[in-house]
Design a protein around this ligand. Structure first.
Ligand SMILES: [Zn+2]
Length: 95
C-alpha cells in the first residue's frame, strides 16, 4: 500500500496501528466486515496465474513468473491474490 502514493502519505501520517483501528471503527459504523489475511501470506511472491511462489525483492516492481511466464505489476498481482484467498484463510477484524 505504501507504493500507492495517495494511500502512502495517508497511511504514513497516521501509522498502521491507527489505520487498522479506523478500519475497525468504519466496519462497525457502516455494518461492513473487514477480513484479514495472515501477515506472512505471500501475496507478492505468488503468481496469480499458476500459483508458483518465488522470491520477490522489494525493488522488483514487475512480477515475472519463473514457471509460466506470467507478467504483471507487483501490486496488481498481489491484489488479485488477496482477492482470491479462500475464506478459510481469512479472519475477521475485531472492532
Ligand atoms: Zn506463473
Amino acid at each position: 500500500m505504501i507504493a500507492n502514493h495517495k494511500l502512502a502519505s495517508a497511511i504514513s501520517d497516521l501509522g498502521f496501528y491507527e489505520f487498522r483501528r479506523q478500519l475497525g471503527y468504519k466496519q462497525k459504523h457502516y455494518g461492513n466486515k473487514v477480513m484479514l489475511v495472515d501477515r506472512w501470506y505471500p501475496s507478492s511472491k505468488t503468481c496469480h496465474n499458476c500459483g508458483n511462489v518465488q522470491p520477490m525483492p522489494l525493488s522488483d516492481r514487475i512480477y515475472k513468473c519463473g514457471r509460466c511466464g506470467h507478467t504483471a505489476d507487483r501490486d496488481l498481482n498481489a491484489a488479485l491474490n488477496l482477492a482470491s484467498v479462500s475464506i478459510d484463510k481469512l479472519k475477521s477484524l475485531e472492532p
